[in-house]
Design a binder for this molecule. Sequence first.
Ligand SMILES: Nc1ncnc2c1ncn2[C@@H]1O[C@H](COP(=O)(O)OP(=O)(O)OP(=O)(O)O)[C@@H](O)[C@H]1O
Length: 338
Amino acid sequence: MIEFQKVAKTFKLGSREVNAVKDVSISIAQGEIFGIIGFSGAGKSTLLRLVNLLETPTNGNIQVQGVDVSSLSQKEIRKLRRRIGMIFQNFNLFSSRTVAGNIAYPLKLAGVPKKEIKERVAELLQFVGLSDKADDYPEQLSGGQKQRVGIARALATSPDILICDEATSALDPDTTGEILRLLKKVNKDLGITILLITHEMHVIQEICDRVAVMENGEVIENGSVFEVFTNPKHPTTQRFIQSVQQDRPSDSLLAEWRKKGGKQLYRVIFKGEIASDPVLSKVTKKFNVDVNIVYGSVRELQEKFYGNLLVSFEGSKENILSVLNELETLVTVEEVLI
Ligand SMILES: Nc1ncnc2c1ncn2[C@@H]1O[C@H](COP(=O)(O)OP(=O)(O)OP(=O)(O)O)[C@@H](O)[C@H]1O
C-alpha cells in the first residue's frame, strides 16, 4: 500500500546538510494501523510529509498503491492528496468557518455539488459524534472535539489512507483515549489504512498493528507491535517500552532485596496462550519448589497475553535447576543480576 525503498531526505541549510531521513525501507500494508515512533528530531514528520509529496525525497523511491509518487504530474499529485487524509497535532481548522464549513471545505475544492456536500457533512458529523455542533465555530470546541472535526474533514473525500501527525499529543489522557478509539473505528469500519507518528508509546500500544522506531533519520527496529513490545532489541526501543510497562523493579527495590539477602531473581516471560496457563505453579509443584513472585504483570497486547514476572525460588539446588530446565522449554527465563 505504502512502500518506502531506501528513502533519504537531506535538507540544505546554507553550507550545512541535515540528513533528516536516511535509507528508510518499510512497507505499510493495506488496512493496517502502522505507527512510527521516535524522539524529537528523529525524522518522523519528514517521512510522513514524503508520502503526500509535501516533501520530495533526495534518494530512493516511494510507492503509494503501486504508483511511484515521484513520477506524478501536478494534477496527479492533487488527485493523490485527495486519497490521503491528514490530521494534525494542532488540528489546523479554519477559525472563520463553522464545524460544517470546515468539513465541507475539501468537498468544495473537489467541486462536489452543494446538495451532496450537505449530505456528506451530515454523515461525517454523525460518524465522529458531533451532529449537534455543525454550526459552532472551532473556538467553541474542546481539543477532542476539534480533533473530531479534523478527522471528519480528513475523511470527507473518502480517502484510502489517513495520515496522523501527532494527532493526540495536545490532548489529555481521557480525550486521547476517545480519539484513539475513533481512529480504530475509522480503520475497522471504513477499512482505511492509517499511518501515524507519535513520541508516545502508549499510542502505539493501544491502536497500532505494526511499528517502526526511528532515531537520527533511520528506522532502527520494526515489526508487529506484539513482537517489538515483547522482544525489543534496540536500547531506544527498550526505553520507549519501559515508559509504558512498569514491569521492571526500581533500583531501590533491588537494593532492598540484596540487603535482605534475597535469593537469585529470574525474569519469566510468557507470550500468547501460555500466559493463561498456570505453568509456573505446575512446574514448581512437580519439583517441590516454592515460587515467590516479587514483581511483574500480565497484560493484553494485540489481543494476546504477555506476562513478565520477576520471581525467586525456594527449594534444593537440584530441584530449582530442574524447574529452570523445564520452564525453559515452555517460556523465556532470564537470570536477573541483583
Ligand atoms: N524544512 C526543513 N529544513 C531544514 N531542516 C529540517 C526541515 N524539516 C526538518 N528538518 C530537520 O530534520 C530533522 C528531522 O526533523 P523531523 O521534524 O522530521 O523530526 P521529528 O521526528 O518529526 O521531530 P518532532 O517530533 O520534533 O517533529 C531535524 O533535525 C530537523 O531540524
